[in-house]
Design a protein around this ligand. Sequence first.
Ligand SMILES: *Cc1c(COP(=O)(O)O)cnc(C)c1O
Length: 454
Amino acid sequence: MNDKRDRLRRLPSVDRLLSRKRAQELVQQYSRELVVDSIRDCLESSRERILEMRGGDYDEAELLDDVEMRLQLASCPSLRPVINATGVIIHTNLGRTLLSDAAQQSITTLGGAYNTLEFDLKAGKRGSRQRHASQLLSALTGADDALVVNNNAAALILILSALAMSQEVIISRGQLVEIGGGFRIPDIMGASGARLIEVGTTNRTRIADYRAAVTDETAIILRVHASNFKQLGFVEQASTDELTSCAHEYGLLAVDDLGSGTLIDTAQFGLSYEPTVQDSIRAGFDLVCFSGDKLLGGPQAGIIIGKAALIARLKRHPLARALRVDKLTYAALNATLEHYRRDEALDCVPVWRMISRSLEDIEREASLWAGHVGGTVIAGESAVGGGSLPGATLPTALLAIESSAPDRMMAHLRACDPPVIARVSAGRVLLDPRTVLPQQREDLLQALKSFVAD
Ligand SMILES: *Cc1c(COP(=O)(O)O)cnc(C)c1O
């Protein structure tokens, strides 16, 4: 207790820190008001750390480092590029996935010019924006038609609102997942006005459980792909064929929320097999929905594909207007889908380039970094991430840097321009080349050298 009180007493005052030469330089660069605010914030968080018994004593130089870092961050836009050295390929906090060069180019071109978003050149009058992605999506997946909305959560809400309002939707208890950020499938379903009928148990749901739950009120049998967790052991789920046959036998719709929705077989990279979008269409689902920015590697979007008559009903629903996407999304999505059509996704779509990057190539890059900044190259794992392929990792090479204060090193890296995001394990800062772009190498090395030099 006394120790805490002593340490609190030893913290310098705002005025004392402000009188230091370094603080005065910051006042010149920013303003007195900003520097004072930043000093107050730093002292406050030091006080909290002492009260929670976290961290050691802070000397004045460290406090002023912290003050400067806060000022730097506060003067930058809040949304800015970073270097992702975590190795997590689909990193939701870091913007999920990167767009291909062609997709970026398409955004620039269409964002800076009037365009045919809703204009039919042949007829010379209004056209539908939905036509832009539907042809390519149908060609790639084998579905009749497609609709693009804001994200996959929106896709699910639209499907349930338009096709199961005040009716019942049957789902297995093993699929009531939380998709991240605190959002849960049952809550999303609730927001649509559909009634959720849970069947089976957490680990086992048979087709008989679905049959027993069908009533006059049932509209949909919904499957939600367990995209971000894995069940092992005494586990059973009805097969996709069983689900679609059962639904159709009772005149119900079979809907598949695939989550990530891959068009490419993931097993060829030593990962587990992730059911593809084509598999779901082949299994006879009436509608299938998935994200645009997970394994597809495009912009944020919710893609709905399936039977033409159902897609037409979705398009007419008022929510479709509220959930529609803009020209930039179509621009990026179409350019991304084109890569798949031309069979060049592995080379052009960053998610797939990172997944398929060879271990030798990654090792070479890690060794090159070590040659510049020291540290050792060790074997490790990169995660695919983003609620896809749960637990699946790819063997990688990491640059490991020993540090007596790894958290301070991480904070320093985050304060660089561009910021570098790494990970810490057992007192070492770990950097994974898999998710670092070739053009980011110099900035990364600069950031690492600046810490060593500190
Ligand atoms: C990620 C995910 C969603 C939500 O997709 P967003 O595009 O992020 O809205 C919905 N369902 C499943 C199964 C998911 O994995």
